[in-house]
Unconditional design. Sequence first.
Length: 63
Amino acid sequence: ARYLLIAVTAALPFAAVAGAVFAAVWFFRRRRRAAPPDETSGGGNPKEEPQDKTPPPPETKIK
C-alpha cells in the first residue's frame, strides 16, 4: 500500500500539468468558437470559419 501511495504522489505533478494543458486547450477552443466571426478571421471571411470547428480531442487520449 505504501508503494502505491508513493507512485500516486510522484504521478500527481504530471497529472496536474496534463489536466492544465487539456483545460487550457478546451477553454481557448470554446472561447474562440463563441467569439464574433470578425475577430477570429481577420477579414471577416465566412470561408475561414469551418477550419476552427474541429472537434476537441477525446479525453481518453491523455489517460
